[in-house]
Write a protein that binds this ligand. Structure first.
Ligand SMILES: NC(=O)c1ccc[n+]([C@@H]2O[C@H](COP(=O)([O-])OP(=O)(O)OC[C@H]3O[C@@H](n4cnc5c(N)ncnc54)[C@H](OP(=O)(O)O)[C@@H]3O)[C@@H](O)[C@H]2O)c1
Length: 414
């Protein structure tokens, strides 16, 4: 591609919600980037987002009232897709059409997890990006978590080099449930907690097990086994709570998605050694807030990270009364007692390094560490796990029969 490297990358956001705010916080720690445009459906959301960009000093952000206007703007080089899962493909189709027609000068696209709701959709996302000649990045923040970067480096450099590669990665992500109704609706989101959160766990675990610098294909998926369950939100009082909070379209008495999922993934390395990923996710965890637990085990060593074992803790007595907030930790459940505080959530969760990496790759025309190919591979694993749960048996890979597979909970209402 000509004209690279660019001095600065000018980014347009599609979506102005929860994750868009996290990306802005992350971009505060990134050089050579400006946030120059935003599109989402509601003018008030776009205006709030544009003023937030100004407040943070991240650029002069124009509010666009259509996606076409955003992707065709003269001052937008790259698009960050941060809208709900069911809007992904339409956004990508529009971007593809405008670039192919020569109306858009966009050179790169980054997309939030999961890349898509099904394998067929994910494959189409990848095809559209490549057919339009776009550089592409898959936004899996956990791969860029500061403890993952530091822990993986030390384990592989000191311990694996001396005593042999790691063989078991465990990844868990749990919280008390998502913040917007569409996450709870299987057809819109693509499933329940398995598709929403296990996409993180399987990819960060695979990343930890992969030799630094080795390609994705250095590990082969052999077999996956999944279990899903409804632990909390189908209980009548909790189903009613959801309905009251989100409206009648979130009906967990009749149309629930799973709020617990477990997956075991058997892999093989280049030398035929067996490796295992164990992943657990739930929307039924009521602790202080979001808990990410990661482990990497090898013959003579172990690494462990728990996002709630923070160095900083705050105690507030019962006399401290205030409004509910998420100012201590994501998906916070209390404002009293002994509470963990993550001093730099954007850094620890990986948003800062993720954005720095994508911006630098796109600016220079280099291939990011996580691309739409990785996003597609993650969806393949998730669909294998859903299918395994459906048939109560293991699924062997490769599994071409899953190409058009739709998880049971996503079929409802489709
Ligand atoms: N990496 C992570 O840990 C993480 C965490 C949370 C979410 N995510 C991912 O990020 C994505 C967004 O999640 P979120 O939590 O930010 O959701 P959210 O809070 O519901 O925000 C969605 C945003 O998209 C906009 N939107 C809705 N439909 C749209 C459309 N057709 N075209 C353009 N914009 C549209 C909404 O604004 P309007 O109403 O104004 O359109 C809103 O700003 C999801 O894919 C989710 O899986 C990732």
């Amino acid at each position: 591609m000509t004209g690279l490297p660019k001095q600065r990358l000018r980014v347009g956001f599609v979506g102005s919600g929860f994750i868009a705010e996290f990306h802005l916080k992350g971009m505060l720690g990134v050089r050579n980037v400006d946030v120059t445009g935003v599109f989402s459906r509601k003018a008030e959301n776009r205006a709030r987002f544009a003023s937030r960009v100004a407040e943070l000093g991240l650029g002069d952000c124009t509010s666009h009232d259509s996606l076409e206007s955003l992707v065709n703007a003269d001052n937008v080089d790259a698009i960050w897709i941060l809208s709900p899962n069911y809007t992904r493909l339409d956004v990508m189709r529009t971007l593809h059409a405008e670039v192919k027609a020569g109306r858009s000068k966009v050179i790169a696209v980054a997309c939030e997890k999961p890349l898509a709701r099904t394998i067929a959709e994910a494959r189409e996302m990848l095809r559209l990006a490549e057919d339009a000649g776009l550089n592409h990045g898959y936004l899996e923040n956990q791969v860029f978590c500061t403890p993952v970067i530091r822990g993986k480096d030390i384990i592989w450099r000191r311990a694996a080099s001396a005593t042999g590669r790691p063989y078991l990665a465990r990844a868990a992500e749990e919280h008390s449930g998502p913040h917007e109704p569409w996450f709870w609706q299987g057809d819109k989101q693509g499933g329940g907690v398995l598709s929403d959160m296990m996409c993180h766990s399987v990819e960060v675990a695979r990343h930890l097990l992969t030799k630094p610098g080795a390609p994705r294909k250095s590990l082969t998926i052999k077999q996956v086994s999944g279990t899903v369950a409804n632990l909390k939100w189908t209980r009548p009082n909790y189903a009613d709570q959801l309905r009251k909070r989100f409206g009648s379209e979130v009906d967990y008495r009749n149309r629930p998605s799973e709020d617990f999922a477990r997956g075991t993934i058997l892999l093989e390395d280049e030398d035929g050694n067996e490796l295992v990923i164990e992943a657990t996710t739930s929307w039924a965890y009521v602790g202080a807030g979001l808990r990410i637990q990661l482990e990497l085990l090898g013959p003579e060593y172990a690494m462990e990270f728990n996002s709630l074992n923070t160095g900083l803790k705050i105690f507030m007595s019962r006399e401290v009364k205030g409004e509910e907030g998420e100012d201590l930790v994501e998906k916070q459940n209390a404002e009293q007692g002994l509470m963990p505080v993550l001093e730099d959530e954007a850094g620890v969760y990986g948003y800062t390094d993720e954005n720095r990496h994508m911006v630098e790759c796109f600016r220079k025309g280099e291939t990011p560490m996580e691309t739409f190919h990785d996003g597609l591979a993650v969806v393949e694993i998730l669909m294998g796990l859903y299918r395994s749960a459906e048939i109560s048996g293991s699924v062997s890979f490769p599994a071409p029969e899953l190409e058009n597979y739709v998880p049971v909970v996503a079929r409802i209402g489709a």
